[in-house]
Design a protein around this ligand. Structure first.
Ligand code: AGP
Length: 621
């Protein structure tokens, strides 16, 4: 998704801007650009290729300077095209061309400006010419329109006119050593250097440049100059921008740059990293206690009478799996909501609910907004299961469990999902303990199963050659159905999501018992039906559902636990899972589904790590 890097320095900052963009690259983007203040004018290069190509263009054009901004764009308003790529320039009213080396204001933007049409009409009437379809260009023109010698004043005057979510960075031809940045609804950090200052949408972009980071808060505006920075925000009562003090934190942000090693794609590497990621996530756990989730967790866990899980995509499916655990083991009523729905829905708030957000990135706009919505309704007991300790989600929640999956580069989430499940299982056990539903013996048994998980996952990964054999056939299909029951239904949903997002095969998942209520009509010999078949209490019911498919000539592809007595025959293909894993079985069963999606996508030749239209971190609504 969109990324921002900006800098004010005495040295040439273009290599820092380019490196910063490279560190944000894995999040997904479709164009990129850089603009600098060079020899008294604005210069820029933009590209719809990779940042590496942008770097070549920058070198060829001799772009080098001490003040500049850069951006990776994930298209929302306007197609992925050079003229829509950021930075956007404003030349002032009446100017005709948007040439590469003219303009007074240069601006980059993450987020969405909801009232851009109204502003566009207003600015057009004032004589501003638009060269893109973006909502961003209106901000550049608005700042230009309000500029009368002081960029900070112009930005502060422009911000109250914007509706929506944004993080922006802007500089002006007439003020060579200054960048103004602001945030409202999209993340932004300030990086403090010696005699130089930086801004970025993620501290990771500044790794190796500075570890002195200020996490800007909603409404913050920062004025970056060479040896100083100044943060302000609009004061509701005075109606003026007033100075703000923010803590400078030492942040050892990882670079996000991971070597591929022997793997073809990051996704494959990340699938195979799961034993280590799970082991790392469990590393410090010697016993179950609420304090695993932070200070004060015991008091909160004692107080709550229900759980509300908020998340998107794969993280939502982790939450959907956890619901089964929370209700059956901890006996606590649990609801799971898609964040983008919950935030706009009339619901009945319960201040005694534990609000749990789940997010790999910790920056997902919908999940952050849902959390905010829950809090605004008086639900103050908040906890996140998150993979990024420095993220907004962790900062916004009272309690946290940080999964230790390591940086996940592939857009399709794999190791983040299985480590989220581990974190959520620990949460289940901690709540069960607090509520008197976990004896010492059960705790010991669960801990033993958790500790053995990395080995069990390794054994499942050894099924890869069998999955590859199936993937050849899947690659020729355009549709697939996934079935599961009970706590493996969310795993079927996750399997279908994985397949559709990277292979572009249309895939749907159903609870197997629901088949006869509609989706059975889709079943023909052309329809592969993937079935998640653990040896649990629902196995016999599931077998009946499989018969319904067989009777209609459907092709079953079954991941069956070792002792299920489901044997391969015509129209029924079986891959046998090494062992049945009780409550933690979903963590094993999702792995062959990840492999199936991965190898099917490889066979179809898609861009596995950067699937079309998708971004790693979805920081817009
Ligand atoms: C998963 O493969 C996805 N790419 C996507 O559904 C993702 O899980 C979702 O956008 C939520 O992201 P988060 O975990 O970073 O909040």
């Amino acid at each position: 998704m969109c990324g921002i890097v900006g800098a004010v320095s005495q040295r040439n900052i273009v290599p820092i801007l380019i490196e910063g963009l490279k560190r944000l690259e894995y999040r997904g983007y479709d164009s990129c650009g850089v603009a600098v203040h060079q020899s008294g004018e604005l210069k820029r290069a933009r590209s719809t290729s990779r940042v590496a190509e942008l770097n070549t263009a920058v070198d060829e054009d001799g772009i080098a300077a001490g003040t500049g901004i850069a951006h990776t764009r994930w298209a929302t308003h306007g197609a992925p095209a050079v003229h829509n790529a950021h930075p956007h320039f404003s030349h002032g009213p009446g100017a005709e061309a948007n040439s590469a080396s003219a303009g007074r204001i240069a601006l980059v933007h993450n987020g969405i400006i909801e009232n851009h049409e109204e502003l566009r009409a207003e600015l057009k009437a004032k004589g501003y010419a638009f060269t893109s379809q973006t909502d961003t260009e209106v901000i550049a023109h608005l700042v230009e329109h309000l500029y009368s010698g002081d960029l900070l004043d112009a930005v502060q005057a422009a911000l109250p006119r914007l509706k929506g979510a944004y993080a922006i960075a802007v500089f002006c031809r007439d003020e060579p050593h200054r960048v103004i940045a602001a945030r409202e609804g999209s993340p932004l950090v300030l990086g403090v250097g010696e005699g130089e200052n930086f801004v970025a949408s993620d501290a990771m972009a500044l790794a190796g440049v500075t570890d002195q980071i200020v996490y800007l808060e909603e409404g913050d505006v920062v004025d970056l100059q060479l040896g100083r920075y100044w943060i302000s925000r609009l004061h509701a009562e005075s109606g003026r921008f007033e100075a703000q003090q923010r803590e400078v934190k030492t942040v050892h942000a990882h670079s996000g740059a991971a070597e591929l090693g022997p793997y073809r794609h990051y996704m494959q590497k990340e699938i195979f990293e799961q034993p280590t990621a799970i082991a790392n996530t469990l590393e410090a756990i010697s016993s179950i206690s609420p304090e695993l989730f932070g200070d004060g967790a015991y008091r909160i866990f004692k107080e709550v009478d229900s759980v509300l899980i908020l998340a998107c995509g794969t993280s939502y499916y982790a939450g959907s799996t956890a619901k089964y655990w929370l209700e059956s083991i901890a006996k606590i009523p649990t609801s799971v909501e898609i964040a983008s729905e919950y935030r706009y829905r009339d619901s009945v708030p319960n201040p005694r609910t534990l609000v749990v957000t789940i997010s790999q990135s910790g920056e997902t706009a919908d999940t952050l907004a849902a959390l905010k919505h829950a809090r605004a309704q008086g639900m103050e007991h908040t906890l996140t299961v998150c993979n990024v300790s420095t993220s907004a989600m962790v900062r916004e929640c009272k309690l946290a469990y940080i999964t230790r999956a390591g940086a996940e580069i592939g857009v399709a989430s794999t190791k983040a999902f299985t480590t989220q499940l581990v974190g959520l299982f620990l949460l289940t056990l901690a709540l069960a303990q607090t509520r008197g539903h976990l004896g010492d013996e059960q705790e010991a048994e669960h801990l033993k199963a958790l500790r053995h998980l990395p080995v069990a996952v390794q054994a499942v990964l050894a099924l890869e050659p069998q999955v590859i054999a199936w993937s050849e056939e899947f690659a020729r299909k355009e549709n697939a159905l996934f079935l599961g029951r009970g706590l493996h239904y969310p795993i079927a949903l996750e399997g279908a999501l994985k397949l559709k997002e990277i292979s572009y095969i249309h895939a749907e998942a159903y609870p197997a018992g629901e088949l006869k209520h509609g989706p059975l009509a889709l079943v023909t010999a052309e329809m592969p039906v993937v079935t998640v078949a653990p040896n649990d209490a629902l196995l016999e019911k599931l077998k009946s559902n499989m018969q319904e498919v067989r009777a209609r000539g459907g092709q079953l592809f079954v991941f069956a636990d070792a002792d299920t007595a489901i044997e391969s025959e015509a129209g029924l293909h079986v891959i046998r899972m090494p062992e049945h894993y009780g409550a933690l079985s979903p963590i094993l069963h999702v792995i062959p589904l990840q492999l199936l999606a991965y190898h099917t996508a490889c066979a179809r030749g898609t861009d596995v790590d950067k699937p079309r239209n998708l971004a790693k971190s979805v920081t817009v609504e």
